[in-house]
Design a binder for this molecule. Structure first.
Ligand code: 0R9
Length: 642
């Protein structure tokens, strides 16, 4: 501590202990030290700028990934206050950066600074987890700056010059001894910045990636807010009505919702609490769904679209083809669920429900053509649901007549304990054969898939039951699909997709992920779905054990390692695997199936959502966006086997 010029009082010592705790247990404050936690640091700082925009003082935020993975965030707000804080006796700005949760306590009257979940932990946590942080403030005609290392003040806030205008700039280098990697993903940051811009009407957010020779740059600004968000989500879909339905209410719990129906069969509802994506839903979603079901049923009854003898439409009928964004602001949100992204505050259900009840029924009365178009779709969904129920019963009856309910192609394992059992869903009969011979039959089951899969984008549930490609998957997993899906019945704790590392393999992976996302979502939420990673290359040499490489980078590295040992490339044999079928059973076990050696990638909801999005694009009705996607991504298709 001697190396710092200033003296520490009792309060400052407490401060340092606070930030020391953050460094000792970073996961508790930032969720994890994986790349996810790393990105959270950027969101924390950007959120502070967004808060200033919500307070009405900031119109632009610029985010830059500088060379060497330094992150820079600049806003044009009022600038963090610079005067000495009466409680801490240091500048307010330094207080915000060194006292845990100070940002919310000492200032920022937006009132909605999040206090739960992984967000809203504040600038001090990012500061504690950074090798260094530099904060520059323009305020009252002066340019001020302070500098920290690992959360400790190295240069206190000082006036370093004059300045025009106001604003705050924060630059930080995340600590590579804390985070697993500092490799920011441009696409992840881009998605979040776009989302923040949608959620904050009129705010301009720019993102620049200076790590490569030609920097990438994106700019987001949406005057339409949530309406623009829904239009963006639906850009590749055929719409049932031209303009999204928009409802908004201020008050104790402000609510903002945009809705647009499309001809698709899927349900696409995104919910946010204080700008945080509540992937697991919660009470706001519950209120929204309840109101939707009630309003459409009431309207259908009062306009004689549903007759007395007809059953009510069910929630799932009414949500078929919906795209909606629900954004609420809650003063003290409680986040629950596995990833702390499920809103728990029970009072929010009623608020959202009554607000949607009122606004949506008014909208439908005023827009009878839109109401009619949506209800026609709901009724056809309810008929399809009835047909699906019949198809399901037929399949059930048929299966109960057979001696075994398991699909013929499945090579099951001997254990019946789901916790230790896994099923490999394998593309192609020949790879399936190798996998069957190579596996450990005690706990590994193999289900080969073959031929052309059903396009789930263009099929309703009634077509999925009894489909000869998907039915084996449903039966093998053993837990049903859709609303009937029961996670407690799964026969395997791990469902592993094993496909070739080529375009066809990618296609089958996307198809299966989309199917799981739409019809067995809890399987993904619960973390039961995995992707096997077969190797791309085998390096061999007489008298040396074969070396498998899973990426091009790994291959380069292995060549370098061997060269250092005096073995040059031309002494080595190289096999590039075009498909799983080229491996014999023993090799497949060694490289891809042996739990001691294999690499499995756990599929997250984000992966599945991405697969679903790409899938809608590639398989959906709109031709033009599909062509654009293929043209834009053709350059990324590597190792295409022609
Ligand atoms: C680049 C990222 N931006 C920020 O971190 C940021 C924080 C911040 C801010 C205020 C204005 N701009 C900001 N940018 C601010 C100013 C005033 C009152 N509240 C907020 C004011 O001028 O009175 N602050 C966030 C917390 C604090 N300031 C505070 F606690 F220091 F007041």
């Amino acid at each position: 501590m001697e190396k710092y010029k200033h003296k520490y009082g009792a309060e400052q010592i407490q401060v340092l202990e606070g930030l020391e705790a953050v460094r000792k247990r970073p996961g508790m404050y930032i969720g994890s030290t994986s790349v996810r936690g790393l990105h959270h640091c950027v969101y924390e700082i950007v959120d502070n700028g967004v808060d200033e925009a919500l307070a009405g003082y900031c119109t632009e935020i610029n985010v830059v990934i500088e060379k060497d993975n330094v992150i820079s965030v600049t806003d044009n707000g009022r600038g963090i206050p610079v005067e000495i804080h009466p409680k801490t006796h240091i500048s307010t700005a330094e207080t915000v950066y060194t006292v845990l949760h100070a940002g919310g306590k000492f200032g920022g009257d937006s009132g909605y600074k999040v206090s739960g979940g992984l967000h809203g932990v504040g600038a001090s946590v990012v500061n504690a987890l950074s090798t260094w942080t530099e904060v520059t403030i323009k305020r009252d005609g002066g340019l001020y700056q302070m500098y920290f290392e690992k959360g400790k003040t190295v240069r206190k806030l000082e006036r370093i010059g004059d300045a025009e205008g106001t604003g705050t700039k924060v630059r930080f280098l995340a600590d590579d001894t804390i985070f697993e990697s500092l490799d920011y993903e441009y696409e992840t940051l881009e998605k979040r910045m776009r989302e923040m811009a949608f959620l904050t009407k009129g705010l301009k957010i720019t993102l620049e990636d200076q790590r490569e020779e030609t920097p990438k740059r994106a700019e987001f600004c949406y005057e339409g807010g949530l309406i623009s968000f829904v239009e963006y989500l639906n850009k590749n879909k055929e719409k049932l009505h031209k303009t999204p339905i928009y409802i908004e209410k201020s008050g104790e719990v402000p609510v903002e919702i945009a809705i647009q129906y499309t001809t698709s069969y899927s349900e696409n509802i995104h919910t946010f609490v204080n700008n945080i994506n509540t992937i697991e839903g919660g009470t706001h979603l519950e209120g929204f769904k309840r109101a939707l079901t009630k309003v459409f049923n009431d309207y259908a009854r009062s306009h004689n679209i549903l007759k007395e003898k007809d059953n009510n439409l069910q929630g799932e009928d009414i949500r078929e083809g919906i795209t909606a964004v629900v954004s609420v602001k809650v003063k003290e949100p409680q986040f629950e669920g596995q990833t702390k992204t499920k809103l728990g505050n029970s009072e929010v259900t009623g608020v959202v429900q009554s607000m949607v009840n009122e606004a949506l029924s008014t909208f439908l009365e005023e827009n009878p053509n839109v109401a009619k178009a949506i209800l026609e779709k709901c009724i056809s969904a309810s008929r399809a649901r009835e047909a699906a129920r019949k198809a399901r019963e037929l399949v059930r009856k048929k299966n109960s007549l057979e001696t075994s309910t398991l699909p013929g192609k499945l090579a099951d394992c001997s254990s019946k304990n789901p916790d230790e059992c896994e099923v490999y869903i394998v593309e192609g009969d020949s790879a399936g054969g190798s996998a069957k011979q190579g596996r450990d039959r005690k706990f590994q089951a193999i289900l080969p898939l073959w031929g052309k899969m059903l396009n789930v984008e263009k099929a309703r549930a009634d077509k999925i039951y009894g489909n000869d490609k998907l039915n084996p998957v449903i039966l093998a997993i053993g837990a049903g699909i859709g609303a009937d899906f029961d996670i407690t019945k799964i026969r395997y704790g791990k469902v592993i997709i094993m496909a070739d590392a080529d375009v066809d393999g990618a296609h089958i992976r996307t198809l299966l992920l989309t199917f799981f996302f739409r019809y067995m979502r809890p399987l993904i939420e619960n973390g039961n779905v995995y992707l096997a990673q077969p190797p791309l290359y085998k390096i061999s040499k007489k008298g040396m054990e074969d070396i498998y490489c899973y990426t091009d980078e790994e291959l380069d590295q292995k060549y370098k390692d061997l060269e250092e040992k005096g073995i040059s490339r031309d002494q080595l044999g190289l096999q590039r695997y075009k498909g799983l079928g080229e491996m014999n059973p023993e090799q497949l076990w060694d490289t891809t199936m042996d739990p001691e050696k294999r690499i499995l990638v756990k599929v997250t909801m984000e992966d599945a959502m991405k697969a679903d999005e790409i899938f809608s694009l590639l398989m959906g009705d709109e031709v033009e966006p599909r062509r654009e996607f293929i043209q834009a991504n053709a350059k990324y298709v590597k190792n295409l086997d022609i």
